[in-house]
Design a protein around this ligand. Structure first.
Ligand code: PMP
Length: 444
C-alpha cells in the first residue's frame, strides 16, 4: 500500500521558500509537506500518516503534539508574550534554569539561554575563550574539534566542525582551530552495539596534537559525546574519560555538544551522565522543548561562571546574547518537557527500549548494500555502500522507498540516520526495521 502523503495541491506554493539543506529543484518537483503531527506520526494534507523515525530532526523526544507541552505553551502565550533578557527576565526563566541545573550533571550549575544548537555552540566557544581571558590567560584561543563533528552552522560551529562539504564556498573560517580524528576503527568496531569495547587509547591523539599546537594556547576541545549528523559514532570505552584527563592536565576546557544526545536519547538526561564524564561546558537544544519552540542552552560549570564573576570588571557582564534568549514560550515548553521526564520517566523509558532497538537494528546486517551499522541508545545508522558513480543515490532511494511505505527515515548521503521519539513501541521498531529491510531488497 502506498501511504506517502500526496501534495499535488500544494506544489505551486513552493516558489518563495528556500529550504535548508535541500536541493530546491528536486524538492519543487515533489515537495514533501506535512500539515499535522501526533505522537509517533506526521500527517499529510490528505490525512495519511507517516511513522516518524527521526523525531523530527532528533528533537521530538516525547512524541509529537504532547498535550502537556501544547497546553504549557498556550498558557504562557496568553500570559507574557515577550520580555528581554538583557538586564531583566521573568519567573519562568528563573524556575526553568534551576530545574535544568538539577537535570544536568552535578557541577554544571549555570544556564545561559539561546535559541538553537548553532547559537549554543557559538556561545560555548565564546564563553571558553572569555573564561581564559577572565583568568588572565588570554593567549588560550585555539579551539579543537573533531573529524565528522557537526556543531551547527554559525561561523564558530562550522570552524570546529569536521565535515568538509559544509565549509566549501563560505570563505575563511575561524583561524586557530585544529581537529582530532574520528576514534573509529572499522576492523574492530563495525556493527558494534553501544560503545565499542576497544579504543580508549585513541584519546591519546589529543596529547600528541597538543604537543604540536602548544597546550598553553588551547582554549577548549569540543566534541559530540556520540557523533550525530556525521554518522552516529558512539565513543569507544575510555575515550571520553581520556579526553577529560588530558584537558584537565593542560587547563583546557572540555565542551560536550549535547544537542542530539541530550534529553534522554541515551537513556539518561545527558550523555555526560550516561557515560559518567562531566564536561566544563555542555550545549543543548532540540529535545529541550521537544522541538515545539526554538531554544538552546549552554550549561556551564561553577568554575567557568565564577571566573567571569571574579574576573576583571569587563568580564562581570557577558557581552553576548540574543533578543529571544529565555523566551517565555520556550521556557514554558522546556519546563513541560522536564515535567514529562520527571512524571513519566522518559529517560528511563528510553533506557528500557534501547537494547531492543539496538539489536533489531543490528539484525539488518547482511542485507544488500549494508556496509556498517552503529547504534547506541535510541540512535542508529545503517551505512550503505554507495552506488558506484552515484554517491547518495542508494540512501535517497531507500528513504524514498520507506516514505512510500509510510515510514519517514532520514537519508544523509548513503547514511540512513535513525533517532525515533523515545516513546516508540516494540511494534513500531519492528515496522521501521522491516521497512528498511524491504527497501534494501528492492532498491537497485
Ligand atoms: N550541534 C549538534 C551536535 C547538532 O546535531 C546540531 C543540529 N543537528 C547543531 C549543533 C545545530 O543545531 P541547530 O540546527 O538548532 O542550530
Amino acid at each position: 500500500m502506498i501511504t506517502r502523503p500526496r501534495n499535488e495541491g500544494l506544489r505551486n506554493d513552493t516558489d518563495a521558500f528556500w529550504l535548508p539543506f535541500t536541493p530546491m529543484r528536486v524538492f519543487q518537483h515533489d515537495p514533501l509537506i506535512f500539515t499535522g503531527a501526533e505522537g509517533m506520526h506526521y500527517i499529510g494534507a490528505d490525512g495519511r500518516r507517516v511513522l516518524d523515525s527521526a523525531a523530527g530532526l532528533w528533537c521530538v523526544n516525547a512524541g509529537h503534539g504532547h498535550p502537556h507541552i501544547v497546553e504549557a505553551i498556550r498558557t504562557a502565550a496568553g500570559r507574557l508574550d515577550f520580555v528581554s533578557s538583557f538586564k531583566m527576565t521573568h519567573p519562568d526563566a528563573l524556575a526553568y534554569a534551576r530545574r535544568l541545573r538539577a537535570f544536568a550533571p552535578a557541577g554544571l550549575d549555570y544556564v545561559f539561554f539561546v535559541n538553537s544548537g548553532s547559537e549554543a555552540v557559538d556561545t560555548a566557544l565564546k564563553i571558553a575563550r572569555g573564561y581564559h581571558h577572565a583568568r588572565g590567560d588570554g593567549a588560550r584561543t585555539k579551539l579543537i574539534g573533531r573529524a565528522k563533528g557537526y556543531h551547527g552552522m554559525g561561523f564558530g560551529g562550522l570552524s570546529v566542525s569536521g565535515i568538509g562539504r559544509y565549509k566549501r564556498g563560505f570563505g575563511p573560517l575561524l583561524a586557530d582551530t585544529a581537529h582530532l580524528s574520528l576514534p573509529y576503527k572499522p576492523e574492530t568496531m563495525a556493527f558494534s552495539q553501544g560503545q565499542p569495547a576497544d579504543g580508549g587509547s585513541l584519546a591519546d591523539e589529543l596529547e600528541t596534537l597538543l604537543q604540536v599546537q602548544d597546550p598553553a594556547t588551547v582554549a577548549a576541545v569540543i566534541v559530540e559525546p556520540v557523533v550525530g549528523s556525521g554518522g552516529v559514532y558512539p565513543p569507544p570505552r575510555g575515550y571520553l574519560e581520556g579526553l577529560r584527563a588530558i584537558c584537565d592536565r593542560h587547563g583546557i576546557l572540555l565542551i560536550f555538544d549535547e544537542v542530539v544526545t541530550g534529553f534522554g536519547r541515551l537513556g539518561a538526561p545527558f550523555a555526560a551522565q550516561a557515560f559518567g564524564v562531566t564536561p566544563d561546558i555542555l550545549t543543548c537544544a532540540k529535545g529541550m522543548t521537544n522541538g515545539a519552540v526554538p531554544m538552546g542552552g549552554v550549561i556551564v560549570g561553577n568554575h567557568v561562571y565564577d571566573a567571569f564573576m571574579s574576573g576583571p570588571p569587563e568580564t562581570i557582564e557577558l557581552f553576548h546574547g540574543y533578543t529571544y534568549s529565555a523566551h517565555p514560550l520556550a521556557c514554558a515548553a522546556g519546563m513541560a518537557v522536564l515535567d514529562i521526564f520527571e512524571n513519566s520517566g522518559l529517560a528511563e523509558q528510553a533506557a528500557r527500549t534501547a537494547p531492543l532497538w539496538e539489536t533489531r537494528l543490528l539484525s539488518v546486517k547482511g542485507r544488500p548494500h549494508v556496509a556498517d551499522i552503529r547504534t547506541i541508545g535510541l540512535l542508529g545508522v545503517v551505512e550503505l555502500d554507495p552506488r558506484p558513480g552515484a554517491p547518495g543515490a542508494r540512501g535517497a532511494a531507500c528513504a524514498q522507498f520507506c516514505l512510500d511505505q509510510g515510514v519517514l527515515v532520514r537519508a544523509s548521503g548513503d547514511l540512513i540516520v535513525l533517532s525515533p521519539p523515545l516513546v516508540i513501541s516494540t511494534e513500531q521498531i519492528g515496522l521501521i526495521v522491516a521497512t528498511i529491510e524491504q527497501a534494501l531488497e528492492n532498491i537497485d
